[in-house]
Write a protein that binds this ligand. Structure first.
Ligand code: HEM
Ligand SMILES: *[C@@H]1O[C@H](CO)[C@@H](O)[C@H](O)[C@H]1NC(C)=O
Ligand SMILES: *[C@@H]1O[C@H](CO)[C@@H](O)[C@H](O)[C@H]1NC(C)=O
Ligand SMILES: *[C@@H]1O[C@H](CO)[C@@H](O)[C@H](O)[C@H]1NC(C)=O
Length: 481
């Protein structure tokens, strides 16, 4: 009993001290600016801040609650919360998103929590932000719509192959299969690998990565998820490096693949100084690409399959759109660009799923110069979080936000910057078009082949850290004859 009282007194004292120390920063006279208040917000416990409340909301499938509660409490467009042990300012409106995206590298720059940096940054010297920017430049030629059009046929045949091999059962668990699928198509398109054993070898370590990086107490000791994630990232980069070296030998010996993949292109890329990019840099880029493609797309596919099981009238409309397209093709003819442009309703359905359960909730920025937003000072060094749930679930932008309604994306569509599953501005997801094609090709083949129902009718989609069905989504398949 005494021990408990002592602990409480001790904690209260710490909290008091922390508040006193913190209160000094509630206004600023820097650069002779008039005293402007910082955004309102709870101070929370030192160290842990509100991270736990935030993560718990996500795990329960209601990440928007954390944001909505604070936004309504303070009635402001931004608020402060000590998330991830940082001075974190949340931007909660479409205007706020627009402001952030428009001021990339002017007022803010990309920032990743330290735990992400360790796993993703290839070396101590480059940061994740710099690395992704470089990668963007090298990869953007392949991820542009005109380049991707060439790959639609390959995606289609890979999808058919995958469904035949792995969905040939009365009952399957969707999320792990969707990961397998996403990864296999990535390997085929980026590396020209279709040997199942090589794919399995590469896929094994990547599994550990996403579960490791949002751990709230990132301690790199053996046995922790975080440690596993770091080890996994190392292993996969080494594996890919071996593949890159192998490909160089193949090319020298005249055994280059007939259809050039992304790796063949990367092997001919140069740095700004004209030197060829070295193997470890190529491996890093491919790793980034495979990883970016992996969780996000597979989570989204699983969520789409879950919604289609719950909403038969939506399923029927998707199926009739896809059957119409299938009928217009010769037997065995693969999908092409024109066909994908016709999948309008199906894409609106995918968009509505991404509104309700955005695969990536949002990302972070670091303030590089003091600025004022809505009357509040946001000082240099503060971190900013934009979160898709903040606008996607706000009735101001999406009336009856819980209602599944693909028609929101018809005509003018949503208010600009209220719908941000891929972010926006110069840092907007470069894989957006690739993801769109892959998802539509998958939906086409899925509804053509099956109807399905959830094994656990009340299985929820939770966010941890990607939004995906909490039990992996087992479904019963009913193939069409
Ligand atoms: C449904 C699928 C996907 C979603 C929802 C998604 C979402 C996002 C979001 C929200 C960002 C952050 C933007 C920001 O910070 O403002 C991002 C960045 C990025 N995405 Fe995706 N993504 C998806 C698929 C992909 C795929 C398939 C690839 C690769 C082929 C990819 C590659 C990247 C890269 C390289 C970045 C970093 C860009 C930068 O920081 O400059 N993504 N994505
Ligand atoms: C590859 O190039 C990077 C610079 O972009 C350099 O840091 C790295 O040491 C090089 N690696 C090898 C194996 O040469
Ligand atoms: C989704 O893609 C973005 C961009 O590559 C990446 O930063 C993020 O880690 C991905 N999400 C997950 C959970 O893998
Ligand atoms: C795609 O295929 C359809 C019929 O199968 C054809 O009418 C159309 O011209 C093709 N489009 C392209 C871009 O090849």
């Amino acid at each position: 009993m005494e021990l408990i009282i002592v602990s409480i007194v001790l904690l209260a004292t710490l909290y008091f001290l922390y508040s006193v120390l913190n209160s000094g920063s509630s206004s600023s006279t820097k650069n002779g600016k008039q005293q402007l208040p910082l955004p309102p917000g709870a101070k929370g416990w030192p160290l842990v801040g509100e991270t736990l409340a935030y993560l718990q909301g996500s795990k329960k499938g209601v990440p928007e609650k954390f944001i909505a509660e604070r936004r309504d409490k303070f009635s402001t467009t931004i608020f402060k919360s000590p998330l991830l042990n940082e001075n974190m300012v949340f931007f909660c409106t479409a205007e706020g998103n627009k402001f952030l995206f428009a001021n990339e590298n002017k007022l803010v720059k990309s920032w990743w929590p330290k735990t992400f940096e360790k796993i993703f940054a290839p070396s101590e010297k480059t940061t994740q932000g710099e690395e992704t920017m470089r990668m963007r430049k090298v990869l953007s030629p392949f991820l542009k719509p005109d380049s991707l059009q060439k790959y639609i046929g390959v995606m289609d045949s890979e999808t058919q192959k995958h469904l035949k091999t792995y969905w040939d059962a009365k009952e399957v668990t969707v999320y792990p299969l969707a990961k397998k699928y996403t990864f296999a198509v990535g390997c085929k398109l980026f590396l020209n690998i279709d040997n199942p054993e090589t794919i399995a070898m590469l896929e094994e370590p990547i599994r550990h990565i996403s579960s490791g990086f949002v751990s709230s107490f990132p301690v790199n000791i053996p046995g922790t998820k975080y440690h596993k994630a770091i080890q996994a990232a190392k292993k996969i980069r080494t594996d890919i490096k071996h593949l890159v070296a192998q490909r160089r030998r193949d090319i020298l010996e005249g055994r280059a693949p007939k259809s050039p993949d992304i790796l063949s292109h990367l092997l001919m890329e140069t740095y700004e100084n004209g030197e060829l990019i070295n193997d470890s840099d190529i491996a890093n880029k491919i790793y980034g690409l495979l990883h970016g493609a992996y969780d996000n797309v597979s989570a989204l596919l699983s969520s789409i399959i879950a919604y289609l099981a719950e909403l038969p009238e939506v399923y029927d409309r998707v199926r009739s759109e896809q059957i119409e397209i299938a009928k217009s093709k010769a037997p065995g003819e693969l999908l092409n660009w024109t066909d994908l442009q016709r999948m309008k309703y199906s894409w609106n359905v995918a968009c509505e799923v991404m509104r309700l359960v955005p695969p990536t909730q949002g990302t972070f920025r670091e303030v590089i110069t003091d600025f004022v937003y809505d009357g509040f000072l946001v000082p240099k060094g503060f971190k900013i979080h934009w979160n898709a749930f903040a606008t996607h679930k706000n009735p101001k932008y999406f009336p009856s936000p819980e209602k599944f309604d693909p028609s929101r994306f018809e005509g003018e569509g949503p208010v600009p910057f209220s719908y941000v599953p891929f972010g926006g501005g110069p840092r907007m997801c470069p894989g957006k078009e690739y993801a769109r094609l892959k998802i539509l090709v998958f939906m086409h083949n899925m509804v053509k082949a099956f109807k399905w129902e959830k094994v656990f009718p009340d299985e929820k989609i939770t966010t941890d850290p990607v939004s995906a069905p909490s039990k992996g989504l087992p479904v019963r398949l009913h193939p069409y004859k």
